[in-house]
Design a protein around this ligand. Structure first.
Ligand SMILES: C[S@@+](CC[C@H](N)C(=O)[O-])C[C@H]1O[C@@H](n2cnc3c(N)ncnc32)[C@H](O)[C@@H]1O
Length: 236
């Protein structure tokens, strides 16, 4: 489940991460893993605030130069997507598709510079297999992969990804949004995943967030990673 073209490689910034993932200063004082990091400047900005932040994404397998070039194309792809569906978004935060693209371009530039300066913080890997020890990050955050791409990631892929992020997290996993790329709610998938996780001893919570860009995307899923997780098996 990876590869350029299959998934938009987007470049959100710290302010957007804070809002959509309900991150406060305490969350950014410890270690945090951004999965998937894409072209987001979250890791760069969180490190600047003193966090021990890392990001993981399959696209980090390509060189810094190639990724920089690809991000330019992805910005245009993202602009065209949002402009073609402007009614599906709430524009209070970003203004309009051009302003959104300028903001994402600034974020992408910050990401590119930080990846060049601290390449060790950007790890090429794909869910559901992360090359990190158990409980090696206080918090794992995941935006715009699970649920967003429910058209190509089935329930088993979601469960395996959530269990893997819960393995790596010491405290909590937060996932946003809980709607698909077209803004459709995924209540049945969400409910079944929460049952699957509960069966493995992992408590979950759906929290409302003070953020809405994609219409209807007003909630995150939190997985309490302090509980025991059993072997990954087929969802029942
Ligand atoms: C829409 S972007 C989100 C990036 C970032 N979180 C943001 O919000 O700006 C989705 C990312 O998921 C990555 N991706 C796709 N398959 C993945 C997998 N199996 N494991 C981890 N990341 C994956 C893609 O490469 C892409 O960068």
């Amino acid at each position: 489940m990876s590869g350029f073209g299959d998934y938009l490689v987007s470049s959100r910034d710290l302010e957007e991460y804070r809002a959509m993932l309900a991150l406060d200063d305490a969350d950014l004082a410890g270690s945090v893993l951004d999965c998937p990091g894409g072209g987001a400047s979250f890791t760069a900005s969180a490190c600047a605030l003193g966090a021990d932040a890392r990001a993981v994404d399959p696209v980090y397998a390509v060189s810094a130069d190639e990724l920089e070039a690809r991000l330019g194309a992805e910005l245009e792809r993202g602009r065209a997507w949002a402009a073609g569906r402007a009614d599906a978004y709430v524009w209070d935060l970003h203004g309009d598709p051009d302003a959104l693209t300028r903001r994402r371009a600034a974020s992408a530039a910050r990401f590119v510079a930080h990846r060049r300066a601290e390449p060790g913080r950007y790890v090429a890997a794909s869910l559901p297999h992360l090359p990190f020890a158990a409980a090696s990050a206080d918090l794992v955050v995941s935006s715009h992969l699970l649920f967003t791409y429910a058209d190509r990631l089935d329930r088993a892929a979601h469960l395996a990804a959530l269990l893997e992020m819960a393995r790596v997290a010491r405290r909590e996993v937060r996932v946003y949004p809980l709607v698909d790329v077209a803004g459709r709610p995924l209540d049945e998938l969400l409910a079944r995943l929460r049952r699957d996780l509960a069966a493995r001893g992992l408590a979950t919570e759906v929290r409302e967030v003070a953020h809405e860009f994609q219409r209807g995307a007003r909630h995150l899923l939190a997985v309490d990673a302090t509980g025991p997780a059993a072997e990954v098996g087929a969802p029942t």
